[in-house]
Structures are given as C-alpha cells and as structure tokens.
Ligand binder design. Structure first.
Ligand SMILES: [Zn+2]
Length: 472
C-alpha cells in the first residue's frame, strides 16, 4: 500500500508500527450544526481508507472524536478567535449547548448510517475527556512548552522549532504574515501562541482547572483523545483540508512536546469539495445536508459513490449533475448484478473467465494500493462488466462474476440491496397490517390490502399458522 503523506508531501510506502495493524484517528465533527456534504467528504475518505486497508488484509482500529466544546468560530488563524461554536448556536437557538451537542451527534450518526459508514471503534467526546486535557496542559507547562496568563494557558510556539512542518506555516512565515490575521492582545509571548485553556467563568460549558474555571482549546482535545485511545504514535491521522492548519499543526506541537516521539506516521487529508468554483465551506450558503439530498431523491449510496469515485486528494466540484451521474453509474451496477447476471441459462464454463477474474482482482487491488486510486479500481470493475456481458456467461460463470463484484463492493458499498428482499419485506409488512386490521375487525382495510397484493400478482393463503403468500 502506498499513501500520500501530507507531512512529506510524497506518496510513500505504508508501513504501520506493528505489522498488519493500523491505529487510525480521524478528526470528527464539531456538533453544533448538521454536517454538510463537504464535511462528509473527509469522513467518507476515512471510511474508504479503513475499508481498503481491511480489504488488503490489515486490522484497523479507528477512532473518531466528537468535538462538543472549544471549537471557535474563527478557526483558520494560528490562535483561533471568536466564539465557541456550540455556545454561539446555543444563544442563537436559546437552547442548552449540551442539548445541541447530543442532538447533532445523533444526527451525525444518522447521516453516517444513511451513507453506509460502519461505526468507528470509538467516538470519544471532548467533554468526556477534559481531565486528560488538563493533565496534558499541566505537563506542557511543566516542560516549559506552555505558560499561564491570568487563567489562560498558551502553547509557546517558540518552544517547538518543528512548528510548521505539516502545513508550511513555520514561525518565520507566520511572522511575515502567513496564518491569517492576528489579534491585538498582548498577554501572549508571541501573537501566534495558541490557547490550550481558555478562562471563562460565563461559558455555558465550563470546568474547574488548576488555572480556574474555563474550557479547553480545540487542538488539545484531539491530542488527548488520540493518545488515550491509540497511544503516543498513530499510524494514520486524517482530516479535511481545513484541518491541516492550524489544527493538526498544533496537535503535533502539543503531543510531541510531551512524548518526544513522532505523533503521526502518515497524515492523510482529502481535497476540498468545491461549489461554484470555490471551496465549499460553512461560511457560504449553498451547502446541502444529507437529509436535504435524500429528500431530493438521492440515496445514501449515490452520495457515497459521488464522493468516492474521484481521487480523494483532488478538488471535487459539487453539482447535482455529478450526483445524477453517480446515480446512473450505480443503476448500471445494480442492473448488471440483479438483471443481466441473474436467471442465466446453464452453459459451459468459459475457459478464459478465471484469468479475467484474477486479472481484474489484481488491477482492483493495485489501484487501491496506489494511494487509493478509486477511479482506476472502478474502471477495472466496469471493464469486467463489459467483457462479461459481451461473452453472455452461463449461470455458474455469472455467479462467479457477481461474487467478485460483491467482493469489490466491500470497499465501495454502493450496490443496492437485492430487490427481492425489498419486495419480501414490503409484502410481509402489508400482511402484518392486514392481520392487525382483521383483529380490529376492519375488514374493509383487510380486503383492500388483499386486493392490492392480488393486483401485483401476490396471492395470500390464510392458514392456522398465520398468513403465507405466493406468486400467483
Ligand atoms: Zn481534531
């Protein structure tokens, strides 16, 4: 497996610390607002990485944090400014921030289910790990990497010469004006020193600390949770393009100042999702959420395929036409598996098929191993479909081909469920509704259901053991 490492700027051979095992941390959502499709690009990349590594034989432990405090509105400058996003939303809606955090976390999990993302091995919340953060902040002060001013604690960038290695925003460049606007305040040693602990007695989510009441900075959250669940050195840390600076830069500085060891072996970042020629960030208005897209008739798997079929690092333009295109591609795949390759006649085995299947599997694997080249992996799949369709396989050959398609779908997960199962479930639920209607002596409704099913060629048979059905 070869993967692009943001830290070196190169595609590198992937070697985890322990052979065959991967410790992966993904920056998760800030749960103040429903996540939009731009956010989900990063989460689906994490899912793809996990599935691809698993397919290639690795055992992956995946942790994704939930940021439910401390993420400020102006998060693109070296030391974030503005208001806590949760607190601001709480004031706007006049709701308790804890309620917003739990509500949005629930929505996030719902969206992940729609997008067919299997759960990570843990979703630690920042608010459940403030003790660990306070401990790390204390260690940073002790080691001379952080200092307190009037209840606020700052990380001293001067104490960590490697600052800027990930993003290119080194101290020199920051001093020359990179990293955005700096605040006027003078209580810090350097204007780029960033907050580890914010003093705030009025904050709606606040904790006691050795420096007084307040709340943690966003960056220390990920350092603390990554260390707790995955250890001092992670194999992979992922995030969106907006996480690179300052968030990930600061995570490195904090963790490595304490452990003296490399924090992350491979930093993996996806590209921007672009809308109207610009990056799709939350400050713009045109952001679709997953429920908005499903209401428009797109399935989670359509959105999945749209996000996964181009290379994860390339900028991805968003428009509905591209989503429609993904839908069409999925329909072709469904049609192949559920129509063209089913009910095939018995036939003689094609002697060329085993080689075609083996070659396709090799191409698919090699594409994934090449920095997750999903378009090449899908090309291998579609060329197989084309070749097989031309050859008109017999039943057993068709089954072999479908088995391989399903194997590939463990990585992409975009095939629809078998249509028959859908039908079965629907019929079953109508039968149950009819049973209830009959029990309530609502015979009109019961007959209506029987007629409706009859019109679709389904005959009901009432037996002592319940109602059964058959195709008439
Ligand atoms: Zn993070």
């Amino acid at each position: 497996m070869r993967i692009h490492n943001t830290l070196t700027g190169h595609v590198e051979e992937f070697k985890p610390q322990r052979e065959g095992q991967v410790a992966m941390y993904n920056c998760g959502p800030t749960v103040y607002k429903r996540q939009h499709i731009g956010n989900y690009r990063a989460f689906l990349m994490a899912d793809l990485l996990r599935r691809a590594l698993t397919y290639l034989g690795y055992e992956v432990t995946q942790i994704m944090n939930i940021t439910d405090v401390g993420h400020l509105t102006e998060d693109d400058v070296a030391d974030a400014q503005g208001e806590d996003k949760l607190q601001k939303e709480a004031a706007r809606r006049n709701v308790d921030p804890w309620e917003i955090a739990r509500e949005q976390e629930r929505y996030f999990m719902e969206d992940l289910a729609v997008l067919r993302v299997p759960p990570a091995h843990g979703y630690p919340r920042a608010t459940d790990h403030v003790a660990e953060m306070i401990e790390m902040i204390g260690q940073l002060i002790e080691k001379g990497h952080a200092y307190e001013v009037d209840g606020n604690v700052y990380f001293s960038i001067d104490s960590f010469p490697a600052y800027g290695r990930l993003s290119g925003n080194t101290m020199d460049k920051l001093n020359a004006g990179a990293g955005g606007r700096v605040e006027e305040r003078t209580d810090k040693k350097s204007p780029h020193d960033f907050a580890l602990w914010k003093r705030d007695e009025k904050h709606l989510m606040q904790w006691d600390s050795p420096w007084g009441k307040g709340y943690p900075g966003w960056h220390i959250e990920c350092s603390a949770m990554a260390k707790k669940y995955l250890g001092e050195t992670l194999d992979i840390h992922t995030g969106g393009p907006d996480n690179k600076f300052p968030h990930h830069e600061c995570e490195i500085a904090q963790t490595e100042s304490i452990t003296g060891r490399p924090f992350v072996r491979y930093w993996v970042h996806c590209g921007w999702l672009e809308i109207g020629g610009g990056k799709m960030s939350k400050s713009k208005g045109e952001l679709y959420t997953i429920p908005e897209l499903t209401e428009m008739g797109y399935e989670g798997a359509d959105i999945r395929l749209f996000l996964l079929r181009s290379h994860y690092r390339a900028p991805l333009p968003f428009d509905l036409e591209l989503l429609d295109e993904a839908k069409t591609v999925r329909a072709r795949l469904d049609n192949f598996v559920y129509h063209e390759m089913t009910e095939r006649p018995d036939g003689t085995a094609n002697p060329d098929l085993p080689k075609l299947l083996a070659d396709t599997r090799r191409r698919f694997k090699e594409a994934l191993e090449d920095d997750l080249n999903t378009s090449a992996a899908l090309a291998a799949l579609f060329e197989l479909m084309h070749a097989v369709n031309k050859a008109q396989p017999g039943r057993e050959d068709a089954e072999r081909v479908v088995a391989l398609v399903r194997e590939f779908d463990e990585v992409f997960d975009v095939l629809s469920p078998p249509p028959q199962q859908d039908l079965d479930a629907e019929i079953q639920s109508l039968i149950e509704e009819r049973d209830t209607a009959r029990a309530e002596r609502n015979f009109a409704r019961a007959d209506e259901i029987r007629d409706e099913l009859a019109a679709r060629g389904i005959e009901l048979i009432d037996t002592d053991g319940g109602t059964r059905w058959k195709k008439s």
